[in-house]
Write a protein that binds this ligand. Structure first.
Ligand code: NAP
Length: 287
């Protein structure tokens, strides 16, 4: 597998494509709007006018896009979509955080054309993407997942097979719900302790030294104490993922009161113009 098309050069995709080029793959890139394209071209990528043009002749096509709607148009648009242009025997890899339902439909459409499909969303944010430390949660056949493993390892540090198509997406949504719930809880705790007259930095130092504090909660607390809300994982993307988790859970008949509450915190932050802040920016609701 040598020739790769990479669709979507946002904060995550541009960093992932950079690592593919550095690993020696021949990469053609496409993005809806100009911007980071020239950066990738400077690094040696070819530029395509459409997803379809990028996908032609590629051994693998990787997408890293905002949401289901973006993914639908980039893969399936009748004029410009990538999937109809892919050669038989090639493989499509969806790394965006999407609904399990959407990626399952994409997988079926790929399979009907003799194309493999792996949903491979990632744990890790911009820094991990840059440092090739992303963790992939892969959904697909064992053969397809092991086929794409070396490619994914050029962009990350681990690949975990979650199950068949859609399983990677589902595990990723549960992971983000767990993360967002912790971030909301940390903000609430810091806010309450501060109002109660305690030094939040000292309180977090104590809590952080216990087994109760996860590395994610510790990191979120430090970002809140430093009032550093520069976007890594922005609030609007996190809220999108909670919506997808809610859809997955509702379809399965599962109640998710904690995820629903955390989503409401993110929505409150969005309504107060914090959509582009890092998820830890929810702290601003409590100060
Ligand atoms: P981003 O910087 O906002 O990039 C989004 C990408 O999607 C851009 O390339 C954008 O194109 C494209 N896009 C949006 N709507 C589109 C449409 N209708 N048609 C075609 N392209 C469209 O987001 P990101 O942080 O890279 O995140 C990308 C994906 O990774 C998301 O699914 C996100 O949930 C997931 N993720 C993010 C993080 C994180 O920490 N940021 C971590 C793990 C997973 P334009 O440049 O033209 O807008």
């Amino acid at each position: 597998m040598k020739t790769i098309a990479f669709l979507g050069l946002g904060a995550m995709g541009s960093r992932m494509a950079t690592n593919l080029i550095a690993a020696g793959y021949s990469v053609t890139v496409w993005n809806r709007s100009p911007g980071r394209q020239s950066l990738l071209v400077d690094q040696g990528a070819r530029l395509a006018e459409t997803p379809r043009a990028a996908a032609q002749g590629a051994d693998a096509v990787i997408a890293m896009l905002r949401d289901d709607a973006a993914s639908h148009s980039v893969w399936l648009d009748p004029e410009t979509g990538a999937l109809p242009a892919m050669k038989a025997g090639s493989i499509a890899i969806e790394c965006s955080t999407l609904t399990a339902r959407h990626v399952t439909i994409l997988a079926q459409k790929a399979s009907a054309r003799g194309i493999g499909f792996v949903d491979a969303p990632v744990a890790g944010s911009r820094l991990q993407a840059e440092a090739r430390q992303l963790i992939f949660m892969a959904g697909g056949t064992e053969a397809d997942v092991s086929h794409v493993q070396p490619l994914l390892m050029a962009m990350g540090g681990a690949v975990h097979q979650a199950g068949g198509n859609g399983a990677g997406a589902a595990v990723k949504l549960a992971l983000n719900a767990l993360f967002g719930i912790q971030v909301a809880a940390v903000a609430e705790a810091i806010g309450a302790l501060s109002r109660a007259g305690l030094d939040p930095a000292r309180a977090i130092e104590i809590i952080g030294a216990t087994p109760v504090a996860s590395p994610a909660a510790r990191g979120a607390a430090l970002s809140m104490l430093a009032k550093n809300y520069a976007p890594m994982f922005p609030i609007d993307l996190a809220e999108k993922d909670f919506g997808y988790f809610a859809a997955l859970s509702a379809a399965a008949g599962a109640d998710t009161p904690l995820a629903d509450a955390a989503r409401n915190v993110l929505r409150a932050a969005i309504s107060r113009h914090m959509a582009g802040d890092n998820i830890t920016g929810v702290m601003q609701l409590y100060t």
